[in-house]
Design a protein around this ligand. Structure first.
Ligand SMILES: NC(=O)c1ccc[n+]([C@@H]2O[C@H](COP(=O)([O-])OP(=O)(O)OC[C@H]3O[C@@H](n4cnc5c(N)ncnc54)[C@H](O)[C@@H]3O)[C@@H](O)[C@H]2O)c1
Ligand SMILES: [Zn+2]
Ligand SMILES: [Zn+2]
Length: 384
């Protein structure tokens, strides 16, 4: 079968790989109908995630048709068209029981933090991902959810990660009616977080980035204010000024470890790897939120330490909330939001690329060329 193949930093291509097999009675094999490239894939592509092995197939955002099931699978049927959450979750452990599907204790048992993630290095369990024609889906009765009949597949594929992650970013912010919410990052996740902030009653939503076409997009899509940090002298000062020197009620970090905007952070975090990525957006979030405010982090950081202003967190009485999104927990209410027309995820898709051209697709998304926001990969056997 055809699958994306990681050959080393900045080198990916479509190759022929063996068809995946049922390895456990709870597995299913899914024929992928759509997959996406995510900002999280870029951390892998840029060689920043430890233990990303050559030969790995990335892709944690995919939908597909169930092709085969293991003997213990009860709910899923061959032929079902399913949303597959990016989290690999057992559904039974102490964390899954609390609906913390991103922190499953079984699916990545060598690790103490994150659970298993499709197509995300061996630090997240080493599961091959869905940027392929076929993929093995473990715990098939837990995560996969049948796509509602009336739902467009382009909306469905964005329910595997971007929509739940943006929504959970807003949810973790504990937004109160009228709150000022600042979202750092106008990538797909930040765009969705800005859109979802309104669903929780925000009174003002401000997005910060430095890519003009993304700022323009989010202004229209999420009806918010959007500013280029390169044209602000100091984004923290700007946010204080515009909130009567109080600070934002809620700040969301939807950037993570590859943030631009500070030479010091970039050199120590990305070039020399003395810390686990550049924490520039997180600094800005901590420093521009009000005393007693909430910083919600969905941007991904490496497993080792970052230099962050913990003294300010203590002295300002900030609440920090963070996690990988718990996709399965959020699916029922997000399906409702889409049905009711409150969310229109597919509007963020700018590129549709045949899986054969996966190398070009990564380059375009990584270099932010051609006004790229979200790319969908279509395998040759997708059939739809
Ligand atoms: N927690 C989760 O479950 C989860 C799920 C999906 C993605 N993520 C993470 O969320 C982050 C965003 O993902 P994405 O797909 O939107 O990625 P993306 O790379 O498309 O977007 C990131 C955006 O941040 C902007 N940016 C860079 N430095 C900035 C700064 N200092 N201030 C403000 N904006 C800045 C970039 O210009 C870019 O537009 C990534 O770190 C990704 O790994 C987390
Ligand atoms: Zn993703
Ligand atoms: Zn579990």
């Amino acid at each position: 079968m055809l699958a994306m193949n990681y050959r080393g930093p900045y080198r990916v291509r479509a190759d022929h790989k063996p068809y995946p097999e049922i390895l456990h009675p709870d597995d299913a094999i899914v024929r992928v109908t759509r997959s996406c490239i995510c900002g999280s894939d870029l951390h892998l592509y840029h060689g920043l995630v430890p233990d990303t092995r050559v030969g790995m197939t990335f892709g944690h955002e995919f939908i597909g048709i169930v092709e085969e099931i293991g003997p213990s699978v009860q709910k899923l049927k061959v032929g079902d068209h399913v949303i597959v959450p990016f989290n690999v979750a057992c559904g039974k452990c102490v964390f899954c029981e609390q609906q913390m599907y991103g922190n499953c204790h079984e699916s990545n048992s060598q690790a103490t933090a994150v659970g298993g993630i499709f197509g995300y290095s061996h630090t997240a369990g080493g599961y091959d991902g869905g940027q392929a024609e076929y993929v093995r889906v473990p715990y098939a009765d837990v995560g996969p959810t049948v796509i509602p009949a009336e739902m467009h597949p382009d909306d469905a594929v964005l329910l595997t990660d971007v929509v739940p992650t943006g929504y959970q970013a807003a949810e973790m912010g504990a937004i109160k009616p009228g709150d000022t919410v600042v979202v750092f990052g106008a990538g797909p996740v930040g765009i969705m977080a800005a859109k979802c902030a309104w669903l929780f009653g925000a009174g003002r939503v401000i997005v910060i980035d430095h890519i003009e076409y993304r700022l323009e997009f989010v202004r229209n899509y999420a009806q918010c204010e959007a500013y280029n940090f390169r044209s602000l002298e100091d984004p923290v000062l700007f946010i204080k000024k515009t909130t009567d020197w109080i600070g934002a009620d809620v700040c969301i970090d939807a950037v993570g470890c590859e943030a631009a905007g500070s030479a010091l952070q970039t050199i120590t975090g990305v070039k020399l790897m003395l810390q686990a990525g550049a924490a520039t957006a997180l600094h800005w979030a901590i420093n521009s939120v009000k005393k007693g405010g909430v910083v919600s982090i969905v941007g991904v950081y490496g497993p080792t330490g970052n230099l962050i202003p913990i003294g300010n967190v203590v002295n300002k009485g900030i609440t920090i909330r963070a996690n990988q999104a718990s996709v399965k927990r959020l699916l029922p209410r997000l399906i409702e939001h889409i049905k009711e027309g409150r969310l229109d995820p597919k509007a963020i898709i700018t590129h549709r690329v045949p899986l054969e051209e996966v190398g070009d697709a990564y380059h375009i998304f990584s270099a932010k060329l051609d006004n790229c926001i979200k790319t969908i990969l279509i395998p040759p056997s997708a059939g739809i």
